[in-house]
Design a binder for this molecule. Structure first.
Ligand code: KIV
Length: 288
């Protein structure tokens, strides 16, 4: 493995999380039995080691989402995100977590060409990050690729409905499934992925009745985002739910106001530097 382990003697986190037994993909898949998920699956995105440390104990799945393009890199969409970015952030999240299963998104352009291209990209992500599996976007068109990966030892999570990598085809980020044809396609896409062996499927930005239909239509867990509380689990972009951004999709609930906390701390720091009151006696070294 080319990844480093967290060094407990140099880690800035205190206390460094104690290693726990990590959840596996088969354990997550088994949470849905005969169409019922007694305990909903909790998933959040994570992009850094420290973020993973803080989220790990609360989540079943940590997703290193290609949303990092917008959230971390300030890109206009996830389209420019590269395999190198996903590998670097994936390795950091695996280092920072001990409990949740970590999945890494396959970025646009790294899997659509052929099952072989997808296998090369996915196996690289597994080798370089230590993640438990990958997520890829697309339904029926990706079923052959999903089967190819799963049959060769790579767990795959599917992603249907609003698929952000297809923004240039979809024309925006609006909710999907409002027309009969669109709704039928979303259900058929999910069924094709499940039959191909996907262990779970994200349903994003899907009108609620269709999200419920998809959840009932497939045997594997369906993780909703902008979908329905009736899904088998939920995912959000962590920075969105923490209140890092002013503009978020309407399906996001803000569980924190971290942007205000950061701004206020930076303002106090700036004031103290300008007033020469920082650093003070507690933060300076004096000769003995
Ligand atoms: O990239 C991402 O963060 C995602 C989730 C929003 C499901 O795909």
């Amino acid at each position: 493995m080319s990844t480093f382990q967290l060094d407990t003697s140099t880690s800035r986190a205190h206390p460094t999380p104690a290693p726990m037994r990590r959840l596996t993909v088969p354990a997550i898949r088994k949470r849905k039995q005969d169409g019922v998920t007694a305990e909903p699956i909790v998933m959040l995105t994570a992009y850094t080691a420290r973020q993973a440390q803080l989220l790990d104990a609360h989540c079943d799945l940590l997703l290193v989402g290609d949303s990092l393009g917008q959230v971390i890199y300030g890109l206009p969409s996830s389209v420019p995100v590269t395999l190198e970015m996903m590998a670097a952030h994936g390795a950091a999240v695996v280092r920072g977590s001990y409990h949740a299963a970590v999945l890494v998104d396959m970025p646009f352009g790294a899997y659509e060409q052929s099952p072989e291209q997808a296998f090369a990209s996915a196996s690289r992500l597994l080798k370089e990050t230590g993640c438990a599996g990958v997520k890829l976007e697309g339904g029926t068109a990706m079923a052959e690729t999903v089967a190819f990966l799963v049959n060769r030892g790579i767990p795959v999570m599917g992603h249907v409905g609003l698929t952000p990598q297809a923004v240039n085809v979809l024309g925006g980020y609006n909710a999907r499934g409002r027309s009969e044809a669109e709704a039928a396609k979303i259900v058929a896409d999910a069924q094709a992925l499940a039959e191909a062996g996907a262990f779970a499927i994200v349903a994003e930005g899907v009108v609620e009745p269709i999200a419920i239909e998809v959840t009932k239509a497939v045997p594997c867990p369906v993780i909703g985002i902008g979908a329905s509380a009736q899904c088998d689990g939920q995912v959000l972009v962590t920075e969105d739910m923490l209140g890092m951004f002013e503009r978020v999709p309407r399906f996001v609930k803000r569980y924190g106001e971290i942007a205000e906390t950061i701004s206020a701390a930076a303002a106090r720091y700036a004031e103290e530097v300008r007033a020469r009151s920082f650093p003070g006696p507690d933060q300076t070294y004096q000769p003995k």
